[in-house]
Design a binder for this molecule. Structure first.
Ligand SMILES: CC(C)(COP(=O)(O)OP(=O)(O)OC[C@H]1O[C@@H](n2cnc3c(N)ncnc32)[C@H](O)[C@@H]1OP(=O)(O)O)[C@@H](O)C(=O)NCCC(=O)NCCS
Length: 218
C-alpha cells in the first residue's frame, strides 16, 4: 500500500467523498483493500467475501427472495419488501459494497458503506459519517457473517477517513445493536420511521478488516 497523507485536495475518484484526515493511506488503496477477496469460516462452511460487481445482480436478487419480510423491513424500512432490481443494480455499482458467498455460490450477505440517507426533519449528517447497509438472509443468520461484514465496513470506513457509522432499523434492531456495540460506542436516536444507530469508529477497529482477519482468497 502506498503511503500518502490525505488532504483537502485528495482525489475523490473512489466514488466516495474523501475525508480530510492524515491517515497516511491513499483512498484508492483503502478502497482496493476493502474490496479484496477474503474468507470467513462459519459453522455452515467457508464464506468468501469480495467487492460486489454488476454481475452479482442475479445472486443478490435471489438472496433478497430468501429474506423474510421482517429482515427486509429492518434493512429497508419501507413495507418489508425487497428493493427493485434497478435499485439493487445501482447499489452494486457503488464503490464500497461487498458480497458474501457460500461454498455453493449463493449470496449469504451484502454490506455497504455509503453517504447517509437524510432523515425527515433532521439536518444532513456531517461529512465524517458513513451509512452502513447490512443484510444477511434468514437461512444464513446467526453464523457470524453479519458481525464480520459490519466489522469489515467499519475498518474500511476508518481507512477512508470516516469517524462515525450510522445504520437505520425499523424497530429495536437487537442483532445490529449487539454487532455495533462490539465495534464502538453506540447510541440510538428514535425517528418516525424507526431508529438510527450511531457508532464511533477509530483506529481500534482496523483489526476487523476482512483481509487481515481471514485468509485472502482468489
Ligand atoms: C443484523 C444482521 C445483519 C445480523 O446478521 P447475522 O449474520 O445473523 O449476525 P451474527 O451471526 O454475526 O450475530 C451478531 C449478533 O446478533 C445476535 N443475533 C443474531 N440474530 C439474532 C436474533 N434473531 N435475536 C437476537 N440476537 C440475534 C447474535 O447472537 C450475535 O450477538 P453475540 O455475538 O453477542 O451473541 C441480520 O440479522 C439481518 O440481516 N437483519 C435484518 C437487516 C438489518 O437489521 N440490517 C441492519 C440495518 S442496515
Amino acid at each position: 500500500m502506498s503511503v500518502q497523507s490525505l488532504s483537502e485536495s485528495a482525489p475523490t475518484d473512489t466514488g466516495l467523498p474523501v475525508r480530510a484526515r492524515r491517515l497516511g493511506t491513499d483512498p484508492r488503496d483503502a478502497l482496493a483493500l476493502a474490496r479484496r477477496p477474503w474468507t470467513l469460516e462459519t459453522a455452515a462452511g467457508t464464506v468468501t467475501v469480495r467487492g460486489a460487481v454488476p454481475a452479482d445482480l442475479r445472486g443478490v436478487a435471489l438472496m433478497h427472495g430468501r429474506c423474510s419480510a421482517q429482515t427486509l423491513l429492518q434493512r429497508y424500512l419501507r413495507g418489508g419488501t425487497a428493493p427493485s432490481l434497478t435499485t439493487m443494480s445501482a447499489l452494486l455499482q457503488q464503490p464500497l459494497v461487498v458480497v458474501a458467498l457460500s461454498e455453493a455460490g449463493d449470496v449469504v450477505g451484502l454490506a455497504s458503506g455509503s453517504r447517509p440517507a437524510q432523515l425527515p426533519g433532521r439536518d444532513a449528517e456531517p461529512g465524517r459519517t458513513l451509512q452502513l447497509g447490512l443484510v444477511v438472509p434468514d437461512d444464513a443468520q446467526r453464523l457470524g457473517i453479519g458481525r464480520a461484514l459490519a466489522a469489515h465496513v467499519a475498518a474500511s470506513a476508518v481507512l477512508l477517513g470516516y469517524r462515525d457509522l450510522v445504520a437505520d432499523v425499523s424497530a429495536q434492531g437487537l442483532p445490529l445493536r449487539r454487532i455495533l456495540d462490539g465495534i464502538g460506542d453506540t447510541r440510538s436516536t428514535r425517528h418516525p420511521g424507526g431508529s438510527r444507530l450511531r457508532t464511533r469508529v477509530d483506529r481500534s477497529v482496523l483489526g476487523g478488516l476482512g483481509p487481515t482477519l481471514g485468509a485472502l482468497a482468489g
